[in-house]
Design a protein around this ligand. Structure first.
Ligand SMILES: *Cc1c(COP(=O)(O)O)cnc(C)c1O
Length: 384
């Protein structure tokens, strides 16, 4: 019999029944007034929940998170412009590739993996040149480091000509984010991470300043991701540009309903924080080391270094045999750590299952001192 596999990678995350049911619904025409109302309601909800303003636009479109990255750059810059990339790992670096492909000049400030770039260093670099845009990944999924996007946003007030772009793919709906309150110009995320929906949608928020920048660019070479093509549809989904991902939009709408039922984003942020800190402590109780330094640990995933002598492939195979999928390390940490996602609609029982599988696997490698050490630490923290 095929064992059940609990997906604990940093996206896609487990999809709950009520969201799955939306995926299985009979299709409606995209011009059906019922679907139009659903789509518009979802866009308006997301616009408000993440602090977008009048004159700003919120987009919900088909594509993975990377298309959101490309959309943000495409509508903020033109060939020959300069962009500053603040990179805390693999996904920060992806912006370099996107910008380079578009003929944009890129400067990068990188942190050591597991740490963040100090805000003062970003400010010093911004003072040197005129940057059209600056990018930061809120949580870099390769390092499980969380950037202080609020402090960076406050500093960005000194640079009104630079568009502040935040990659929220591994943070939105789990770590606090608000455009107005954090002075973010563009935020984007993907459906498959902390929203707990299947992969296939990305959401992008552009404030008034970001929309004005797009206006100033005139004609841009991109077609599908041009804000201008989609604004009429986001304003009134009765209009057509390209077919919306109807069932995914329903699924995301259900995710937003779940967020509201949970008590709103604030309650969801608190739940993620509580789980994450309990999981971090459980890992340490098992004698494992976390890559991210204390003080900049994300709530959406944990990057855990292997003890001496544990082979990555053998470890992950053993985890699958115990019913849990975790991800491997990226870049310089390939083979050196595993990454466990704990975001979206996961529950205490999922985490207990994941930790218990981890204990069995560590035991198999002769690296466990006592059964239950991780699970009991997690449960005790959760009960606080
Ligand atoms: C997952 C992820 C991406 C890539 O998103 P895709 O949906 O795979 O295209 C980019 N940035 C961050 C921070 C991510 O976690």
């Amino acid at each position: 019999m095929d064992k059940k596999r609990l997906v604990m990678i940093p996206g896609p995350t487990p999809v709950v029944d009520s969201i799955r049911a939306e995926m299985a619904r009979e299709i409606q025409a995209f011009g059906d007034p019922r679907f139009i109302a659903d789509y518009k309601g979802l866009i308006d909800d997301l616009h408000e929940m993440f602090g977008n303003e009048d004159g700003g636009k919120t987009f919900v479109l088909a594509g993975s998170g990377t298309l959101g990255m490309e959309m943000a750059i495409a509508n903020s810059t033109k060939r020959g412009d300069k962009v500053l990339v603040v990179s805390h790992g693999f996904f920060g670096d992806r912006f370099v590739d996107i910008c380079t492909a578009k003929g944009i000049e890129v400067d990068t400030i990188k942190s050591e993996w597991g740490k963040t770039v100090p805000v003062a260093d970003i400010e010093a670099q911004l003072s040197k040149k005129d940057y059209a845009a600056m990018t930061v990944s809120h949580v870099d999924t390769s390092t499980s480091v969380v950037a202080d996007v609020a402090a960076i946003g406050a500093m960005m007030k000194k640079f009104p000509n630079t568009i502040y772009i935040v990659d929220g793919i591994c943070s939105s709906a789990a770590q606090y984010e608000n455009l107005a309150e954090m002075n973010i110009d563009i935020l984007f995320t993907g459906s498959q991470k902390a929203f707990g929906v299947c992969p296939g949608l990305f959401m992008l928020w552009a404030n008034k300043k970001a929309m004005e920048r797009r206006e100033s660019l005139g004609v841009i070479p991109e077609y599908y991701v041009d804000y201008k093509r989609w604004v009429p549809i986001m304003d009134d989904p009765m209009n057509y540009f390209a077919t919306p991902a109807i069932n995914l939009i329903w699924a995301l709408k259900e995710s937003v309903r779940i967020i509201k039922a949970e008590g709103g984003l604030k309650a969801r942020y608190e739940r993620h924080l509580k789980h994450a800190r309990a999981i971090n402590k459980a890992m340490e109780a098992l004698g494992l080391k976390l890559l991210a330094e204390e003080g900049c640990r994300a709530v959406t995933l944990s990057d855990v270094l292997y003890p001496e002598g544990v082979d990555c492939l053998a470890f992950r195979k053993a985890m699958i045999a115990e019913g849990v999928i975790v991800a491997g390390g990226l870049g310089a940490y390939k083979g050196k750590m595993f990454r466990m996602g704990h975001m979206g609609n996961i529950e205490t029982n999922d985490v207990v299952a994941a930790l218990s599988s981890l204990e069995r696997v560590l035991n198999g490698f002769g690296k466990l001192s006592k059964f239950g050490a991780g699970v009991s630490t997690y449960l005790a923290e959760m009960a606080k």
